[in-house]
Design a protein around this ligand. Structure first.
Ligand SMILES: Nc1ncnc2c1ncn2[C@@H]1O[C@H](COP(=O)(O)OP(=O)(O)OP(=O)(O)O)[C@@H](O)[C@H]1O
Length: 197
């Protein structure tokens, strides 16, 4: 299996860690660890032949960090993201997100965590074609039971911040590729996600 690498970049986060958190899970950078991936592995089977897509991946992510996963084709990048995003089940290892091991929680709780704490920005946007930009962003919060007024306000603010204030009522087919991607980013951010993929 070809080698995969992780590039990390810190970004400024406004809230400083509290003092009592320090003795638990703060790294040397001083920010709280929000995700810990431990010896994560995935083996697929082609009939009886095992395909080791990912072997013993370990990653620590602190609040405010940006990560880029790099590696040659077939090195397991998509598999790693599918596992962390809980779209696939790991063969072995742990994914501890904000204190919860995603590999051992029941499916019902996993659905909630996926809805509330994990944001996806898809390469092909996956926007709902019949809904406007504003409605697409608002919809993601409806599943998380955010009140209507708050949903609309937050969706509008995010779209404005991303430069789409004059495109709120446009349907995806009436937006450029880059604009659709920004709507997709706003949709992921709207859930106040802990992690963004
Ligand atoms: N469902 C599957 N069944 C069997 N093998 C699979 C399956 N999905 C992925 N693989 C294999 O696992 C390995 C890792 O695949 P993965 O898609 O994670 O790689 P990648 O690093 O994202 O590649 P790329 O950069 O080409 O998209 C590959 O060798 C692939 O052929």
């Amino acid at each position: 299996m070809p080698e995969m690498g992780i590039e990390k970049k810190g970004i400024e986060t406004p809230d400083k860690p509290k003092k009592e958190e320090n003795k638990f899970n703060l790294g040397s950078e001083g920010h709280k660890v929000i995700m810990q991936v431990e010896n994560l592995s995935k083996t697929y089977f082609q009939g009886k032949i095992p395909v080791h897509a990912l072997r013993c991946a370990c990653i620590t992510v602190r609040k405010g960090e940006l990560l880029a996963i790099m590696g040659p084709s077939g090195s397991g990048k998509s598999t790693l993201l599918a596992l962390i995003g809980t779209l696939e089940k790991a063969t072995d290892g742990k994914i501890i997100l904000d204190g919860t091991d995603l590999t051992s929680v029941p499916e019902k709780l996993l659905l909630r965590l996926r809805r509330e704490k994990i944001g996806f920005i898809f390469q092909h946007y996956n926007l709902i074609p019949t809904l406007s930009a504003l409605e697409n962003v608002e919809l993601s919060m409806r599943f998380s039971r955010v009140p209507k007024k708050e949903r609309e306000g937050r969706a509008r603010n995010l779209l404005e911040e991303l430069g789409l204030g004059d495109r709120l009522t446009h349907k995806p087919s009436e937006l450029s590729g880059g604009e659709q991607q920004r709507v997709s980013i706003a949709r992921a951010l709207a859930k106040i996600s802990l992690s963004l993929f």
